[in-house]
Design a protein around this ligand. Structure first.
Ligand SMILES: [Zn+2]
Length: 143
């Protein structure tokens, strides 16, 4: 038996990320999110070197070949709790103004690598969604 369910507002960032499934991520990221999560999922992430997860936020750093106009040579994606945001999670990328493949990659990491991040194991429904995604990955793009 599980202990009494926590009130939604009491959920920690790790709770939120543990429970996040593909459908919620698609809703959270909006248009193009399925494509970007699929694309981002192909980006290799070294969890020890590129990922920081604490109680407040999840940071994922992506080294970039070219230095951006602001002098930065990495893209930093931050995912954190936000009372106002959809699914109570907000996200941003330090170099992109809109949803980008860095954000897609960070969410793909959360969705596909929960164990490595110390999050709870994905549910069966989530495994099925993942299977669907990898099937779609194998198909040619016709956009
Ligand atoms: Zn970006």
């Amino acid at each position: 038996m599980e202990p009494a369910t926590k009130k939604t507002n009491d959920l920690t960032l790790k709770d939120r990320l543990s429970r996040l499934n593909f459908q919620q991520a698609f809703k959270l990221l909006g248009e193009n999110s399925q494509r970007l999560i699929t694309k981002g999922g192909a980006i290799q992430i070294d969890i020890e070197r590129q990922v920081t997860l604490n109680a407040e936020q999840l940071d994922v750093r992506f080294p970039m070949a070219q230095t951006k106009a602001n002098g930065s040579h990495e893209a930093l994606v931050t995912i954190k709790l936000s009372a106002d945001a959809r699914e109570s999670l907000s996200w941003q990328c330090s170099v992109c103004d809109t949803i980008c493949e860095h954000v897609g990659a960070a969410f793909a990491l959360v969705l596909e690598d929960k164990l490595s991040l110390g999050l709870a194991v994905a549910s069966l429904a989530d495994s099925l969604a993942r299977l669907m995604l990898s099937t779609q990955r194998a198909q040619p793009q016709n956009s």
